[in-house]
Design a protein around this ligand. Structure first.
Ligand code: B12
Ligand code: SF4
Length: 507
């Protein structure tokens, strides 16, 4: 306990706006404006150890996707509480408020629902947490949407207009993706995000790891692909230099990714995506990704301990071979943001130093740490619950920054302490410097990006409030894009299979 307090003291003070949702003012019941719909992304507390910048990297795609499916005749408004612009709009009062719910911000979503309902608006809740805990969500809404909101939102609005709203709507994620209309990115405050082009090409994953939300009981999410043309047109229409794919795993179907790269190449933009490390089995595909603008991949390494991966049912190459695979991505100018889960059953207190030292030794440009978190409905949740190892069900703390279960080889406090230590070490000057690219020409851009992303939390608060995110970040993106275009011209001239130096200063 004393250790934890010492850690808290070592943190710079977090601005209250990053920790607490805005107060909801008292308002009387009144007549809502017919056919006005408001879509809300609720506030969540930010972990002061991690970067505040990541919360304004891209907007949630859930709300813009639903917005795209809104029938004609409705006026739409979009509100993201994490942009720190004060309490959400209520004047005029919308007829319907759609709120997206993840478990970490479920409490805030329910508070918003109560506030809007008390004034006379109809509230619809949807999102991952509604799917995992429908009974809980039902108590807070006029209607809940379980599953694919793009299919359900038009039905909900039609029923509402007819006065036949039902309390519960369900849809799986199996309908053809080509039917989905393009997301309404025009509703977004464009200056507030690094890029408004968060985009999705596929749904699902070839894996089903026991801790992943994809293994939630009742979630039917077959691997679905969108038409390459649809995805490329959507990206081109948004006109941004950088796109972020929010797919669970863009590399699950290699033939598809190859075709997508072919379509993306002429756009001349840069992009990043989550893939599994086995993508490096296919070196020509990695090359095609690089030639198509990929400057960064987000990879769930999860653990360097093979037994943890087996227990989690993650099919992945051996951790001993990870370093070679990372080097291969680097040789193609692709930066690696690794995701690591701490607190598995085969993790002892040595896991923290071992993980960070490995990250430094292979020069991962960035990494995120997550305390193992059992999401309700997953095999991991059932396993820990039946073993009596869950500490509580306070969803606010199921944010991967808190230990919510009893780890096998350490105390919950030691796990939280180790997690915080990992971030402190990763964001230290020493670690940033140790992970610099070997090519000196790429170092200034790497340092600028690292310092802005990892060591500017106090600044981020102001940038977010004043909607300066795009303005501040954009020059670095443009620099990365230009370096990438030069790099890829060289790569195209190189014989496939010949490793090169890292020139790209990608995102
Ligand atoms: C982009 C992203 C982020 C971004 C932005 C998140 C945001 N709130 O907007 C950033 C980087 C900030 C982020 C941070 C975190 N994230 Co995140 N993130 C994602 C990611 C990759 C994409 C989300 C997305 O846009 N999906 C696409 C949309 C279209 O899908 P969808 O949300 O499921 O929405 C559909 C339906 O659910 C439904 N629906 C959704 N909302 C509504 C609302 C209404 C009214 C209706 C009718 C329907 C509806 O319709 C939609 C269309 O079909 C997902 C993984 C994934 N691929 O989904 C993880 C994910 C959502 N994140 C997760 C986590 C754990 C976090 C963190 C807590 C991790 C951390 N410690 O950093 C933080 C904190 C954020 C928080 N407290 O929620 C988990 C959530 C687990 C859970 N059960 O809730 C996920 C699933 C990743 C994972 N594999 O575990 N994240
Ligand atoms: S590989 Fe990643 S996205 Fe796929 S099931 Fe495992 S954790 Fe989920």
């Amino acid at each position: 306990m004393r250790e934890r307090d010492a850690l808290r003291r070592s943190l710079p003070p977090t601005p209250p706006a990053m920790r607490h949702a805005p107060r909801l003012p008292t308002r009387a019941r009144r007549a809502p404006q017919p056919r006005l719909a408001l879509l809300v992304n609720p506030f969540y507390a930010k972990d002061p150890r991690a970067s505040f910048g990541k919360h304004v990297l891209t907007p949630t795609l859930a709300l813009t996707s639903i917005a795209g499916a809104t029938p004609p005749g409705w006026t739409l408004r979009y509100w993201d509480e994490n942009l720190l612009q004060g309490p959400p709009p209520a004047d005029p009062l919308p007829q319907v408020v759609g709120i997206t719910v993840h478990l970490t911000f479920a409490r805030r979503a329910y508070a918003l629902a109560a506030w809007y309902r008390a004034q006379g608006a109809v509230v619809v809740l949807g999102g991952l947490h509604v799917l995992s805990c429908p009974e809980e969500a039902q108590a807070h809404a006029d209607a809940i949407a379980i599953g694919d909101g793009v299919a359900l939102w038009p039905q909900i609005l039609a029923d509402l207009a007819r006065g036949t709203l039902r309390p519960r709507y369900s849809a799986d994620f199996a309908r053809p993706y080509a039917l989905d209309p393009p997301p309404r990115r025009d509703l977004l405050p464009r200056r507030a995000f690094l890029t408004t082009t968060s985009v999705i090409a596929t749904r699902g994953c070839h894996n089903r790891c026991g801790f992943c939300y994809l293994s939630t009981a009742g979630l039917h999410m077959p691997y679905r692909l969108r038409e390459v043309r649809q995805v490329v047109d959507e990206i081109a229409a948004d006109g941004q230099p950088y796109a972020v794919f929010v797919d669970n795993n863009l590399g699950s179907r290699r033939d598809y990714l190859r075709a997508l790269c072919h379509g993306l190449k002429p756009l001349g933009i840069i992009w990043s995506a989550a893939v599994t490390i086995d993508i490096t089995d296919d070196v020509p595909l990695v090359r095609e990704m690089a030639l198509a603008g990929c400057t960064g991949v987000f990879i769930g390494f999860e653990s360097l301990e093979g037994e943890n991966l087996v227990a989690a049912r993650k099919r992945t190459p051996a951790p001993l071979d990870y370093a070679r695979r990372v080097a291969l991505l680097h040789a193609h100018g692709i930066q690696v943001n690794g995701s690591f889960v701490l607190g598995f059953d085969h993790d002892g207190p040595e896991v923290f130093a071992r993980t960070v030292e490995w990250i430094e030794s292979v020069r991962l440009e960035c990494a995120t740490f997550h305390i193992l978190t059992p999401y309700p409905g997953t095999p991991l949740f059932r396993q820990l619950e039946s073993a009596g190892r869950l500490l509580h069900r306070d969803w606010d703390r199921y944010d991967t920054a808190h230990a919510v279960f009893r780890p096998r080889h350490m105390s919950p406090e030691a796990l939280e302490h180790g997690y915080a230590w990992c971030y402190d070490r990763l964001f230290s000057h020493r670690s940033i410097w140790r992970r610099r690219p070997p090519d000196l020409r790429a170092v200034p851009a790497y340092l600028a990006m690292s310092y802005l992303y990892k060591r500017s939390n106090r600044l981020w608060h102001h940038l977010i409030r004043r909607e300066l995110t795009a303005l501040t970040w954009r020059p670095l993106i443009e620099l990365s894009r230009r370096r990438h275009l030069r790099f890829r011209a060289q790569l195209a001239r190189r014989e496939p299979g010949v490793p090169g130096t890292v020139l790209s200063a990608g995102v």
